[in-house]
Write a protein that binds this ligand. Sequence first.
Ligand code: ZN
Length: 94
Amino acid sequence: MTLQIKSDKLRKQTRKGKQMETEFEGTTYIVETPTCHMCGKGGTVEVPMVGFLIRQLGGLIQEAYPDLDKSLREQIITGTHPKCWEILMGGNTN
Ligand SMILES: [Zn+2]
């Protein structure tokens, strides 16, 4: 509720980025993940910009991306793709 007053001022000051807050909220960031040990390829994970900033500030990954799939958080840390994890965890029927 109090944010409305602030954003109203912000909007007047920065006309370029109109509605900064809403823009920021919906913004995602593509994180490049390390090379996967299973397939030898890198990867990317799309995360909320807010979470990315929390990580930059030293926040824990589960705090930064509470809504992100656990396997994707794993990929951000280790680089192992969710599909490659499945293979690792015993889904190797071949
Ligand atoms: Zn992989």
